[in-house]
Design a protein around this ligand. Structure first.
Ligand code: F6P
Length: 557
């Protein structure tokens, strides 16, 4: 059987690592004045500079051989055509179908999925236009002013990140809130500021069975009924994005307000589906479609460009070089753009839930490292927090710098400072402080690698392309490591045990280890009357006074 680490290319890369590990990245520039031109490329509105990497021409050629000799061509074709590549869950992986703007059918199980995707797009269009125009009325005839998305993981992070990233395109009389944590203070804090008569809840959950989301949705529903309408009014204030229509209807959501999607859309790949409804509400259906167009453009690039000029493939190979040969444990994501402050959290789930695996697609343990720890935060804030360790610490951390070039009117000087700070950091990481001089114990050694990704502007289209770029990067790495990037058994285990523990809270259970049991006893002391896994929550008070009678809104805290 094929063993990655025994392959000729892997062995060659191991040797190349030994030969080049003491090279200086800056010497590669001295040796080749064309390096920047050769190691940068543009796709649509995105420009990638990958020249500041510890990668000699021979290393790059051999990494490309690794991709050429992998199952990439076959697996990529299988993904786009709807073959079952999520083998453990026996499903196709078709988030690319959601942004497929090409002609022609896409068959899954003998059925063309494009007509239903198109139908749901039209449903999103009708609904988002009705809410944004004020045609959609709440139970007492008022228009919607606040939208609350209730969801977690992939049903929260994508729309949450995108709505914040596209803030400047947002309709100004609609406010957006995202509730994800089962910690009740999260929803309490949001509800306290809202008027139920003008609030719309989107219950976003693929399965409609996730404990956190259901508990938050029930709390929101009680708050609504206690403070405003009757049960019968729930339909005017609650809609759902889910594959589980039955459960959503049982919750009280009208069938026509359930925005469907399908089992072949993975949670962390779902912002292109109905899970993106908050994005369509925020930036309009045209903006939502522009995001899909950007992603589609990146899909076409990924499908057709040769590996040597294929942006997701190159980024994947760079990551593999550091993880598997330089021993890097983490990957930092540093957007120099405040609007992208949720991007590291989004990419963290995308990458770590996808490639945090230690068996291959045949269930055999792997003998190489897989997905890195992905983390980060915005620059220039990060410069004054964790950059010190990156400059002079003992760890080796590759960095992705991300920025958009176009300044906001009125703050051009800020944007200039932002971008020059980013360039200064990327330069400092590579050159260190010893440029032409002697190294003293306190100088920065440099030789620390980074990529720089520039967006012409942070538009819905370019955001779509950026996210699709990272999705495909993660996919390519998964293919080379021969793992299933589309299941998440570790997360499922946590969900199952949480259910078991809460159902045992009222029983003397010997089913858990002594530590869990001891801690459970301590928890029980605080829940003397607890009888079920999901207690009926006490609805937080609204800013309104008695039901249906508007009083002055409680000031936000
Ligand atoms: O985090 C694990 C996960 O299964 C994600 O893949 C998913 O996005 C999230 O839980 C929430 O699940 P659901 O959308 O079914 O509520």
């Amino acid at each position: 059987m094929f063993q990655l680490t025994r392959s000729v290319t892997w062995q060659a890369l191991t040797r190349l690592h030994d030969q080049t590990r003491h090279d200086r990245i800056s010497d590669y520039f001295a040796a080749d004045p064309q390096r920047y031109d050769k190691m940068s490329l543009r796709v649509g509105g995105l420009f990638l500079d990958y020249s500041k990497h510890h990668i000699s021409p021979a290393v790059l050629d051999t990494l490309l051989e690794l991709a050429d000799h992998s199952a990439l061509v076959q697996r990529r074709a299988q993904m786009f055509s709807g073959d079952i590549i999520n083998v453990t869950e026996n499903r196709p992986v078709l988030h690319t179908a959601l942004r497929n703007l090409g002609e022609g059918p896409l068959m899954v199980d003998g059925q063309d999925v494009m007509p239903e995707i198109q139908r749901t797009r039209e449903q999103i269009q009708r609904f988002s236009e009705a809410v944004r125009s004020g045609e959609w009325k709440g139970y007492d005839g008022q228009r919607i002013k606040d939208v609350v998305n209730i969801g977690i993981g992939g049903s929260d992070l994508g729309p949450n990140m995108a709505c914040r990233a596209l803030l400047k395109y947002r309709q100004s009389d609609l406010n957006f809130h995202f509730v994800s944590n089962v910690d009740g203070t999260h929803i309490q804090k949001v509800l306290r500021r809202l008027d139920p008569a003008t609030t719309l809840f989107i219950v976003s959950t693929k399965t409609f069975s996730t404990q956190e989301t259901l508990l938050n949705a029930k709390t929101a529903r009680r708050w609504f009924v206690d403070n405003a309408g009757e049960d019968a009014d729930v339909g005017a204030h609650f809609v759902a994005a889910s594959t589980n229509k039955r459960a959503a209807m049982d919750f009280g959501i009208r069938e026509e307000n359930i925005f469907e999607f399908w089992a072949w859309v993975g949670g962390r790949y779902s912002m292109w589906s109905s899970i993106g409804l908050p994005i369509a509400l925020a930036v309009g259906f045209e903006g939502f479609m522009a995001m899909l167009e950007g992603a589609y453009e990146m899909d076409q690039h990924f499908l057709t460009a040769p590996n040597a000029s294929n942006m997701p493939v190159l980024m994947a190979l760079i990551g593999i070089w550091y993880i598997n040969f330089h021993g890097a444990e983490t990957q930092a994501i540093v957007p120099y753009d405040q609007a992208l402050h949720q991007l590291p959290a989004f990419l963290q789930q995308l990458d770590m839930e996808s490639n945090g695996k230690s068996v291959d697609i045949f269930g055999q343990p792997v003998d190489y490292k897989t997905g890195p720890i992905v983390w980060g935060q915005t620059g220039s804030n990060g410069q004054h927090a964790f950059f010190q360790l990156l400059h002079q610490g003992t760890r080796y951390v590759p960095i992705d710098f991300i920025a958009s070039l176009k300044p906001e009117p009125g703050v051009e000087d800020h944007h200039f400072a932002l971008l020059t700070n980013m360039l200064a950091q990327a330069n400092a990481f590579m050159e260190g402080s010893a440029k032409g001089g002697e190294l003293d114990p306190y100088s920065c050694p440099g030789n620390r690698p980074s990529s720089t990704l520039l967006l012409d502007e942070l538009t819905p289209r370019n955001l779509g392309a950026l996210i699709a770029l990272y999705e495909h990067k993660v996919f390519v790495q998964g293919v080379i490591w021969n793992i299933n990037s589309f299941d998440q058994w570790g997360v499922q285990l946590g969900k199952r045990i949480a259910g078991e523990i809460s159902s045992r809270l009222d029983a003397q259970s010997q089913d858990f280890d002594a530590s869990t049991q001891g801690l459970l006893m301590r928890v029980r002391e605080h829940f003397p009357g607890h009888a079920s896994a999901t207690p009926e929550p006490a609805a937080p008070r609204s800013g309104r006074g008695a039901k249906g009678k508007a009083s002055s809104r409680t000031p936000s805290r």
